[in-house]
Write a protein that binds this ligand. Structure first.
Ligand code: FAD
Length: 213
């Protein structure tokens, strides 16, 4: 488990299977009842990794959901993965803005930048409801030591160790000085819509926005 409801899956990598950091694939569980129930998940490992990794938030209350079954998988069970796809890829230094499990494409990209010693000049603004929901907090803090600017904010917990603000116009103005850089946004549809239009208002160029929800 990565957090109380997010699980890491480390799986065999098919021969000649390639992806770009930030990309995803449709995954299903290889069983008679579930093999056609596909859900998109992002690779969180490096493309050079000998295995594939997914970081997946479980929704036990989604009565027709797949993630509640993913939770029960055991070593040796199999998944079906398909072609890779995804709008998010690294275009250059910028600000990564994520809500909850929306951070997954940025895990892959930031790990890639770390490998290339290129974290400096990038910012991660990561919003969660509470501190126990923060995915890979320790790893992001390690990246902070290597030059990543890390901003963690909580919307449903008052905790002095973090910001306690929603990502809105005032917050973005306070945290970002340069709106001419790239912005990468991923999270719940509503959050992505609001932040995208706010960034436009603050002067960000639509061509510099890389978005997925
Ligand atoms: C490109 C892309 C990449 C993604 N990558 C990742 C990733 O790496 N990691 C990750 O964690 N997520 C990722 N997601 C999100 C992920 O795909 C969904 O969270 C996942 O599909 C949820 O699957 P599910 O079957 O459990 O539930 P759903 O498909 O959301 O729901 C299944 C059914 O459950 C019921 N249901 C839905 N909502 C509720 C509710 N609130 N209460 C009760 N019942 C409900 C409905 O009947 C619904 O039909 C990604 C999404 C996209 C588009």
């Amino acid at each position: 488990m990565v957090t109380h409801n997010v699980k890491r899956f480390k799986v065999e990598k098919p021969k000649n299977y390639n992806f770009t950091p930030g990309q995803a694939t449709d995954v299903s569980i290889n069983s008679l009842e579930l093999k056609d129930k596909k859900r998109p998940f992002t690779f969180t490992c490096l493309p050079s990794s000998p295995f594939l990794e997914f970081t997946i938030k479980m929704y036990p209350d989604h009565e027709k959901g797949v993630t509640k079954h993913l939770k029960d998988l055991k070593t040796g069970d199999s998944l079906i993965i398909r072609d890779v796809f995804g709008a998010i890829h690294y275009k250059g230094q910028g600000v990564f803005i994520a809500g909850g499990a929306g951070v997954t494409p940025f895990i892959a990209i930031l790990r890639f930048l770390k490998e290339k010693n290129n974290l400096k000049g990038n910012t991660l603004i990561f919003s969660n409801k509470t501190s126990k929901d923060i995915i890979l907090e320790k790893e992001f803090k390690e990246m902070e030591k290597l030059g990543l600017k890390l901003i963690l904010t909580l919307t449903k917990e008052n905790n002095k160790k973090y910001d306690n603000r929603r990502i809105d116009e005032y917050y973005l103005k306070e945290k970002i000085k340069d709106f001419s850089q790239h912005f990468y946004i991923c999270g719940p549809i509503r959050m992505v819509g609001e932040i995208t239009s706010t960034l436009g208002k603050l002067g960000a160029n639509p061509d510099s926005l890389v978005v997925e929800s």
